[in-house]
Design a protein around this ligand. Structure first.
Ligand SMILES: [Zn+2]
Length: 628
């Protein structure tokens, strides 16, 4: 029966793609449009038949069951037993009859579970510790550090690193430390987007202010401070002259020692803010006041630069410009950055939330031993902060010659290659500032400690939302060119930029949905965003094994996570999902092996698909437009 159906489907597809026969040509004229419609309908019918044939599994993707705990009596078996004890004690301690709270708590415990299952594949020991009235702590000790590699096609520019000892604790009360609302390390991550009205106006006062003095008259403007590349003493600025730069032409006016007024309006669309600020810096300016870029909205300029930049709204810019036109003397009275995090704490840490605290767990940028930032810094041989265009040019000119950017060694390179054709289709591959931005964000060398995950019932969708607090980690590694703290703030404010630009949000959500969800998660505490906890859990779940046919490209064959993806049926519908994290004993194991070695994460590889089914699947995917 199945053979008969396959023959029928094959004939259907053949008829869909065949050229018209002589008799058809001799018949009434058929327009190209009609021919295509005919093919389209035939293919759509094929899809439906195939979907029906594959049964209900095509409609309801099955969640891959977590690997069964290792046999009792082994150390990993004890971990699963300790995990169950930990779950039971935690529920006894902080459980509630409120169903929404119970759901939230379950989600937090599920997150612990997926990490423990990943670690239980390695030699490990565990214990549950409970002091008096406190929540229990699950302690997992592994014999050495573990390294988690995300699936390349999820395009996450981080790896997960665990210490020899990792601890988990779930609490229903807020953390006791200063981060992120009272510390200095997270202060630059916040800004106008942290709390604003729907049209982007900051609520509860401005996060920064520019006060200028024009012929004795004082003008105070709300502003957003930029992510500074270095420590800046804002007390040095009072008295500095303010100079309007016509059409951003920094050579047209003397700028030495001045604060330059530049405008988004005159910046070419393909130029980064960093390049704009670099021009002013090289012309001798000490700071920049940048007008517009977000219409009436205020947002922080994320590109780290040599000189500080204060962004003001377009309306305030007009006010400032008309005042400067008639003024004989204009100077800075004050440049000020306000800390308005106190109010946010009460909003973000209110009742009903569940915190999962970690120790010994980190997110570390990819290509730790030879990141693009290092290659770019060497290529430019300049002590100045690099701009996005630098990253683009260095990447384009050295990726084929510098072994650090080789496809076998660089995860960032593989992620870019996996997205390159999609980026090309929308004309981005020639946009130096845009591609440079993507490259720069994945090119830094930073290690961030996972402090906690906060879970709560989502308001913007049905389900549980989560936010992850990452903290700069003193890794002892020489940072170049940035600090962990700066990189974190930089990523945060670029994320705001992406979120503000609706079409980029759609683009990134289409190209890298997991990445976009993780970005929302990593910045949830700063901006109040809600990430889908279920999707984040999937990302951190150990993969079960490669699926699908062996890719044609050699570098894809060598990439141990290339085929870590959901299993799809012949029409491209997901029939079985799996986690996205490949755990291994050390980083060296996930550098591309020199053969098509399969990942160690499981033995549930599927047999290669039949070529006809492949062909039909590809045909169907063209119609279904399924994303990764
Ligand atoms: Zn902090």
């Amino acid at each position: 029966m199945a053979v008969a159906i396959r023959v029928l489907l094959f004939l259907l597809l053949l008829s869909a793609s065949a050229e018209p026969t002589a008799s058809a040509v001799a018949g009434p004229a058929v327009s190209a449009w009609e021919k295509w419609m005919d093919r389209l309908i035939t293919c759509a019918v094929t899809c439906l038949v195939l979907a029906a044939w594959r049964g209900s599994g095509a409609k309801e993707p099955k969640e891959t069951p977590l690997p069964a705990p290792v046999a009792e009596g082994t150390r990993a078996g004890w971990l699963m037993q300790d995990l169950e004890k930990f779950e039971r004690l935690t529920k006894q301690q902080i459980g509630s009859d409120n169903p929404r709270f119970a759901e939230t708590l379950d989600e937090a415990l599920s997150f612990v579970r997926v990490l423990c299952v990943g670690m239980s594949a390695f030699d490990c020991s565990s214990r549950v510790v409970q002091h008096d009235t406190d929540s229990p702590v699950l302690v997992v000790q592994t014999n050495g550090k573990l390294f988690g590699d995300f699936a390349t096609r999820s395009r996450i520019p981080f790896n997960v690193i665990s210490d020899d000892e990792v601890t988990f604790q779930v609490q229903g009360s807020p953390p006791s430390g200063d981060c992120p609302f009272r510390c200095s390390c997270h202060a630059p991550c916040f800004g106008p987007a942290s709390r604003s009205s729907k049209d982007g106006q900051p609520l509860g006062g401005a996060w920064a202010q520019v006060t200028v003095e024009l012929d004795g008259q004082v003008l105070t403007l709300d502003a957003a401070a930029q992510v500074h590349a270095r420590q800046v003493d804002l007390a040095q600025f009072p008295g500095k002259p303010i100079v309007y730069v016509p059409k951003n032409d920094v050579s047209s006016v003397p700028l030495r020692g001045a604060v330059a007024v530049l405008s988004e309006k005159f910046k070419p669309g393909t130029m980064s803010d960093g390049a704009l600020l670099q021009g002013a810096y090289q012309a001798g300016a000490d700071a920049v006041i940048k007008i517009g870029g977000g219409g009436a909205m205020l947002y922080s300029v994320p590109d780290p630069s040599e000189i500080p930049c204060f962004a003001i709204s377009e309306d305030d810019g007009k006010k400032l410009c008309s005042a400067l036109e008639v003024s004989r003397s204009a100077k800075v009275k004050e440049l000020k950055v306000n800390d308005r995090r106190q109010k946010l704490q009460a909003e973000r840490w209110n009742y009903g939330k569940v915190w999962l605290h970690f120790s010994g767990l980190y997110l570390q940028s990819v290509d730790w031993d030879g990141p693009l930032c290092e290659v770019a810094q060497e290529a430019r041989a300049s002590p100045e902060a690099l701009v996005y265009e630098d990253y683009f040019e260095v990447y384009q000119t050295t990726r084929e010659v510098d072994p650090r950017l080789g496809l076998d060694r660089s995860k960032l390179r593989r992620m870019m290659e996996s997205a390159w054709s999609q980026l090309g289709r929308i004309g981005l591959t020639k946009n130096a500032s845009m591609i440079g931005k993507l490259l720069a964000l994945g090119a830094q060398r930073c290690k961030l400690k996972v402090n906690y995950m906060k879970f709560h019932p989502a308001e913007s969708f049905t389900g549980t939302a989560c936010a992850m607090l990452l903290s700069p980690h003193k890794s002892g590694f020489k940072q170049k060119p940035a600090s962990d703290s700066l990189v974190q703030a930089w990523v945060a404010h670029e994320a705001v930029y992406l979120a503000l630009m609706g079409h980029f949000t759609k683009l990134i959500d289409y190209m890298a949905p997991s990445l976009w969800n993780l970005i929302k998660c990593m910045n949830g505490e700063f901006f109040g965003w809600e990430a889908d906890a279920g999707k984040i859990r999937k990302l951190f779940t150990a993969c079960s094994g490669p699926v699908g046919p062996v890719p044609r490209e050699v570098w894809q064959q060598r990439d141990p996570t290339w085929r870590i993806t959901d299993e799809r049926n012949a029409v491209g519908m997901v029939v079985r999902t799996q986690g996205r994290l490949l755990w291994s004993k050390d980083a060296a194991n996930t550098a591309a092996p020199n053969s098509t070695t399969l990942p160690k994460c499981g033995a549930t590889t599927t047999a290669p698909r039949r070529s006809m089914m492949d062909f039909m699947g590809r045909m169907a995917q063209k119609i279904c437009c399924c994303s990764l």
